[in-house]
Write a protein of this length. Structure first.
Length: 629
């Protein structure tokens, strides 16, 4: 007697996946604009799913897998959106986020990411059996579903703590958001600082000490070496710096000016080198995987449990996505010929970089995916092509380059997430085509809410550089750099010397990484982690390092609570991010940033926030160091 099939793509799983996709996409959008980094939502989504479906009636492992698949697709799409679309506002091409444009470009870009990586599932997951560490971790969480109750408590309690800190800091203004100190030393200027954010502590814990150290190292190169050297050797070529020094500006303001106008472009050079290296180093493996995937897609010999969406559907879906994108590009550029060229770049680069992201997810996990690097490389290449085609005076050249980068960034972000989820499904025995439908649902759900979330955050906090209206904006570091690269090509303002120095630094880091690989070291040096640190404000890198140290010390103490620590860290991130979005509502409605503030200035000094952050870090350590999971 045959056994009844296990529930998988059920209505309740799809509905819960849509809800979590929307919520986690909003949270990740805030986190990315604030911290310049995003984290996977697969494990938190799996735990929430297990708790909710258990309350309705016992859910199956495969239903929970469908939920996390849809939810994680939403958070991945948010990363692609916030790395690129805010650049159009920073360039003053848009004054707000047009709902139709954002939804169409993000939705179609995300769908292309799903479609481009379907042929790679079998060669990368089954044939080459890449590790996909985050996918395997998600599968383990799904298989120990009996612990969902405890996991949900960790997640919920941490979310309350993270949200409470955000309310006290940003809403009530009980203490400042940053503890910092800057000083002049001779002709040089030095700055140290730490943001008092539990979310950043959680990010550091999740990415681990290796990546956290590299991010901080990038910040140290920028803030402890490059900025003091630039200030000490300034000879008058930087008019803005000269004005600041002559006016007696505070050292913190001088350091921020040097970083934002000069030093952070070293990160652009490092990312460019990293993106190109990713393509070169993975070329043979990607070509083999593509050939094997197309051959598998043309075969009908696989059982139902091993089938992907049919290849004719995949190719047809690509065509359906590409046609409206071409019309958008032609409309923005004002030329069908230019629109066709941009579409061709998008298709080729979108497929290549989606495949790179998928392969990287299999080798080192989603946290090290070169999405930022390949997107900046694409934007620079596209901007140079448009400069050649349209000339330096093209009004829409920079915006067109960003539009191409937006589709590719969304596709690449989804590409890595797609394969991670399919790996988790492979471990627990899920049906691939059903997961691919869930990924599509998650992408479309998140695309529908991205524009309102971005508009809300823009109106409440602002993006990029401080202004009178928004003195403490969300930094939006990737989008700021992408806007600067696109504008720099057409305006001639890109500091190529700094870009070149960053590129040389990137080559050195790649050589170091290759050496570490050959020696079998457990430590690696992915160049993009260092590049992220260069273009992040130092006060964001410091708590990330602290979170990584907590994870490492807990692991060395022999603790077996790593997974519970991940849930607690994810709760800190989600709680702070969602509270940041909720706080934006009264700020926008009243038109006052201090609408909830108890006083015009913080009531307590920064050490008060430091103490609370240290207590949260101690709780995270104790959970992670516990000897029972």
């Amino acid at each position: 007697m045959s056994q009844a099939p296990v529930r998988q793509l059920s209505l309740r799983a799809v509905v819960l996946g849509i809800v979590l996709s929307v919520v986690l996409a909003g949270a990740n959008a805030y986190l990315g604009l604030f911290a310049g980094m995003t984290v996977s939502a697969s494990i938190p989504a799996a735990v929430i799913s297990m708790a909710v479906l258990r309350g309705l009636s016992r859910g199956t492992v495969l239903e929970n897998n469908i939920v996390q698949t849809a939810a994680s697709a939403g958070e991945a799409l948010a990363a692609g959106v916030i790395f690129t679309f805010p650049a159009l506002v920073l360039m003053h091409y848009w004054t707000s986020f047009d709902y139709g444009w954002v939804t169409i470009i993000a939705g179609l870009g995300g769908l292309l990411g799903v479609l481009f990586t379907i042929p790679l599932r079998r060669p990368l997951i089954v044939d080459q059996a890449l590790t996909f560490p985050e996918g395997v971790a998600t599968a383990e969480v799904l298989r120990i579903g009996e612990r969902a109750g405890r996991g949900a408590r960790y997640l919920g309690g941490a979310a309350l703590a993270g949200g409470g800190m955000k309310l006290c800091e940003t809403g009530l203004r009980l203490w400042p958001s940053v503890a910092s100190r800057a000083t002049f030393a001779g002709r040089g200027v030095f700055y140290v600082g730490a943001n008092l954010s539990p979310a950043l502590l959680g990010v550091g814990y999740i990415v681990g000490l290796n990546i956290a150290v590299l991010v901080f190292a990038g910040g140290a190169v920028a803030w402890f070496v490059a900025i003091p050297l630039y200030a000490a050797t300034h000879t008058g070529g930087d008019a803005g710096l000269g004005v600041l020094l002559a006016s007696g500006a505070a050292p913190a303001k001088v350091a921020e000016h040097i970083w934002s106008t000069r030093v952070r472009y070293m990160g652009v050079g490092a990312m460019l080198v990293g993106g190109i290296w990713a393509l070169v180093s993975m070329g043979p493996s990607l070509w083999h995987g593509l050939r094997a995937g197309l051959a598998a897609g043309a075969s009908n010999r696989w059982p139902e449990s091993e089938r992907d969406l049919p290849m004719r559907w995949v190719l047809g879906g690509v065509v359906v996505c590409v046609v409206p994108i071409y019309l958008v590009y032609a409309g923005v550029a004002g030329s069908h010929g230019v629109g066709l060229a941009l579409t061709a770049i998008m298709v080729v680069a979108g497929f290549l970089f989606s495949a790179v992201a998928a392969y990287m997810a299999g080798v080192v996990g989603s946290s090290n995916n070169p999405v930022s690097g390949v997107t900046i490389a694409t934007i620079l290449m596209t901007a140079l092509l448009l400069y050649w085609m349209l000339g330096p005076g093209a009004a829409t050249g920079a915006a067109s380059a960003i539009m191409v980068g937006a589709v590719i960034c969304c596709a690449a972000a989804i590409g890595g997430d797609n394969l991670q989820d399919l790996k988790a499904g492979n471990v627990v025995g899920a049906t691939p085509w059903k997961q691919q439908i869930a990924q599509t649902v998650g992408v479309l759900s998140a695309a529908l809410v991205m524009a309102p979330v971005l508009d809300l955050l823009l109106d409440a906090y602002g993006f990029g550089a401080p202004s009178a209206a928004h003195p403490h904006p969300l930094p939006a570091p990737q989008a700021t750099l992408m806007a600067a690269v696109a504008r720099g090509v057409f305006g001639g303002s890109l500091p190529w010397r700094m870009v070149t120095i960053g590129g040389a630094l990137g080559i050195v880091i790649i050589a170091l990484d290759r050496f570490l690989e050959r020696t079998g070291s457990r430590w690696r040096a992915p160049v993009l982690a260092v590049a992220v640190g260069i273009y992040l404000p130092l006060d964001l890198s410091t708590p990330i390092l602290a979170g990584g140290l907590i994870a490492e010390v807990a692991a060395r103490r022999g603790g077996s609570g790593r997974q519970n620590g991940v849930l607690l860290a994810a709760g800190l991130i989600t709680g702070e991010a969602l509270l940041g979005i909720l706080l934006a509502v009264p700020i926008v409605a009243s038109g006052r940033r201090d609408v909830l503030a108890l006083a015009p200035q913080p009531l307590l000094a920064a050490p008060a926030g430091l103490v609370l952050l240290a207590l949260i870090g101690l709780a995270l350590y104790r959970v992670a160091a516990a000897r029972s999971g």
